[in-house]
Design a protein around this ligand. Structure first.
Ligand code: FES
Ligand code: FES
Length: 198
């Protein structure tokens, strides 16, 4: 009797925005398709489906990732944050608020990816990560000023077919300022370390 071919399906448990979702997926299912087609989480957008446009950007363990190039089975055990999980309840994230206040979008299709990316950009910058346009990359130089050039470079993986780049850069700059002020407040109150570890 011929042996059955190995199954190409597995049950995975995905930790998305703090909630666990268990589903059975074909091993070839991308995280993007699992989110959109299986879990009805359509905030994460599909643009190119080949890692070129950034529309599907989510956070994996707080780092940016394009969900169209991640297999859902490989995302098990990771902390996945999508645009649906960026706000704190009814309180918009500073990046979301800045995009609203400064019209950082036109049609809005790229916006969830832009916002997820910007959230991580601000964290990366605050942690002192240089970018390809940072002049002085010595650790002792500290984080470079988050100039428009720095923002453009750090956000360059997120394309906007409407060309809303001018206001996107302004929105990221404003959110970064708000984040820096909040960090300074926490440092003054001696809670920055606890906040960073949380
Ligand atoms: S849809 Fe994933 S990068 Fe374009
Ligand atoms: S706002 Fe339309 S694609 Fe960016």
């Amino acid at each position: 009797m011929a042996t059955a071919p190995p199954s190409t399906y597995s049950a995975v448990t995905l930790n998305i925005n703090g909630e666990k979702h268990t589903l059975t997926v074909d091993h070839r299912t991308t995280l993007l398709d699992a989110l959109r087609e299986r879990l009805d989480m359509t905030g994460t957008k599909k643009g190119c489906d080949q890692g070129q446009c950034g529309a599907c950007t989510v956070l994996l363990d707080k780092r940016r990732a394009v969900a169209c190039l991640q297999l859902a089975v490989a995302a098990e055990g990771r902390e996945i944050t999508t645009i649906e999980g960026v706000a704190e309840g009814d309180q918009l994230h500073a990046v979301q608020q800045a995009f609203l206040d400064l019209d950082g979008y036109q049609c809005g299709y790229c916006t969830p990816g832009q916002i997820c990316s910007a959230v991580a950009v601000i964290e990366e910058h605050a942690a002192g990560w240089p970018s390809a346009v940072t002049d002085d990359v010595r650790p002792e130089a500290g984080p470079p000023p988050l100039t428009p050039d720095e923002i453009r470079e750090r956000m360059s993986g997120n394309l906007c077919r409407c060309g809303a780049y001018v206001s996107i850069v302004q929105a990221v700059a404003r959110a970064a300022e708000a984040d820096a002020a909040a960090r300074a407040d926490r440092a003054e109150q001696g809670t920055e370390h606890e906040g960073a570890a949380a």
